[in-house]
Design a protein around this ligand. Structure first.
Ligand code: UDX
Length: 441
């Protein structure tokens, strides 16, 4: 049992592709599987289907090693693997706050009938607590009689933009297991990390499932906490940046995830807290996490308040006003626009009659696809030309480095809203700009 297990990775999206590539680089034989032929072709040809710094180089390395292959066949996966990682998405269900479990259920149902020897299925996707137990019964009903298939849970904490780093050197590993055998198999699959002394928590299945949603809930709460303080600052003439800096010196609080601004977005934090509320209510403990509703509400309010500030900078009405919107991705170093605060603001501005010109260093293709009605520029200069208000909505370094004097010569009016507290307010004011940011007067 101690031998190096052969790994398969079901789902080659953000999480799955990164996991498959990194595990192959670490020396495992890996087979990545997806039902999307185009995605598999792209990966086979050595290209990563999304923007992630460092990952293309790792894919090259993995392919050259001969240890990484891709397929669209469940049969091949079942035949090849000893440990099968489930890495498909659990997005917010349409018309509901619950998680959409159809992709997870589909891969498990697709794989189980082909499994003909002892194997471990490891869930990595973020799921409602109780999923592993439900999938255990599903697998038992679908796998050939007499095959011993076990479920385990190994939540993934990687951040976009740092996916390779977070996968190779995670803060901690969590193994949710129901037997010693499963623990040993997982330990073998993560031997390189364990040898590097990555902290390990071994626990039961529901605890492992809960760790992930609890972690994301805590992070979301921290962001909404400082953004709630920003609202109070706005009413009193206080400065939330100075407030956050002073709080951060208390080690018990810490400065990370205490950056005020436009709030959180992305494919994880928003939908995870909503799904958690939904699941807790199903379990009869909704009250325990009802504060997360407030966390969500504070976060969404940031978008409306940012629009208010931009409207004020435009002189009270947005009708016919040209706004230069810097940023579309939900955060810098990503081309991901899922639940992106920046695009939500752009959309709201447009609804009020503004002409919104968007520029983002990486997320333009994705933004165009989902919001075809916004205007798109191919550079900061093009987006800013003749604009009456500039709004910084995603804090790319490229935007932080903008020279306010240079930009001042391109715009019609030197009015800026810094939605991410990314700029040096004194330098911008010095250059003649009317600089405004939420939580700061
Ligand atoms: C997050 C978790 O960090 C990660 O552990 C989990 O696996 C997936 O969800 P990610 O969605 O990649 O990762 O982004 P993250 O860097 O956490 O940022 C989330 C959002 O919060 C972004 O929109 C970011 O702009 C915002 N944010 C973050 C703030 O507004 N303030 C902060 O202080 C930190």
């Amino acid at each position: 049992e101690g031998a190096k297990p052969r790994l398969t990775v079901l789902g080659t999206g953000y999480l799955g592709a990164t996991h498959a590539i990194c595990m192959a680089v670490l020396g495992f034989e890996v087979l990545g599987m997806d039902v999307d032929e185009a995605k598999i072709e792209t990966l086979r040809s050595g290209r990563v289907p999304f923007y992630e710094p460092g990952l293309p180089e790792m894919l090259q390395k993995a392919l050259e090693s001969g240890r990484l292959r891709f397929t669209t066949s469940y049969e091949e996966v079942a035949e090849f693997g000893d440990v099968h990682f489930v890495c498909v998405g659990t997005p917010q269900r349409k018309g509901s706050t619950a998680a959409d479990m159809s992709y997870v259920d589909a891969v498990v149902s697709g794989l189980a009938p082909h499994l003909d020897r002892r194997a471990l299925i490891v869930g990595k996707s973020t799921v409602p607590v109780g999923t592993a137990a439900r999938l255990t019964s599903l697998v038992q009903s679908l796998a050939p009689a007499g095959t011993d298939i076990e479920l385990a849970w190994n939540p993934e904490f990687l951040r976009e933009g740092f996916a390779v780093e977070d996968t190779m050197r995670p803060d901690r590993l969590v193994f949710g297991v129901a037997s010693d055998w499963a623990r040993e198999r997982l330990s073998a699959a993560f031997a390189p990390m364990l040898a590097a002394d990555v902290p390990l928590v071994v626990t039961d299945l529901p605890t492992a499932e809960l760790v992930k949603v609890s972690a994301n809930s805590f992070l979301a709460t921290k962001i909404s906490f400082i953004n709630a303080m920003a609202e109070v600052c706005e009413a009193t003439g206080a400065d939330v940046q100075d407030l956050a800096a002073a709080l951060a010196y208390d080690n018990r609080i810490g400065g990370r995830f205490l950056r005020p601004g436009l709030g959180f977005g992305g494919g994880c934090l928003p939908k995870d807290i909503r799904a958690y509320i939904h699941r807790a209510e199903e379990l009869g403990v909704g009250q325990a996490v009802s504060f997360l509703r407030e966390v969500d509400a504070i976060n969404l309010r940031r978008r409306a308040r940012t629009v208010d500030l931009i409207r004020a900078q435009a002189g009270g009405s947005l009708a016919g006003v040209t706004v230069c919107a810097l940023g579309a991705a939900f955060k810098p170093n990503s081309d991901d626009i899922r639940d992106a605060p920046a695009l939500d603001v752009a959309r709201l501005l447009q609804e009020e009659g503004a002409i919104v010109r968007v520029y983002d260093p990486q997320a333009m293709d994705n933004a165009r696809r989902v919001y075809p009605d916004l205007h798109y520029a191919s550079s900061v200069a093009e987006a800013a030309a003749g604009a009456q208000v500039v709004a910084l909505l995603t804090e790319w370094d490229h935007f932080r480095e903008i020279d306010p004097v240079w930009l001042g010569e391109l715009v019609a009016k030197k009015a800026i809203v810094d939605g991410r507290h990314a700029l040096d307010q004194f330098a911008w004011r010095e250059a003649g700009w009317d600089y405004k940011a939420l939580g700061r007067t």
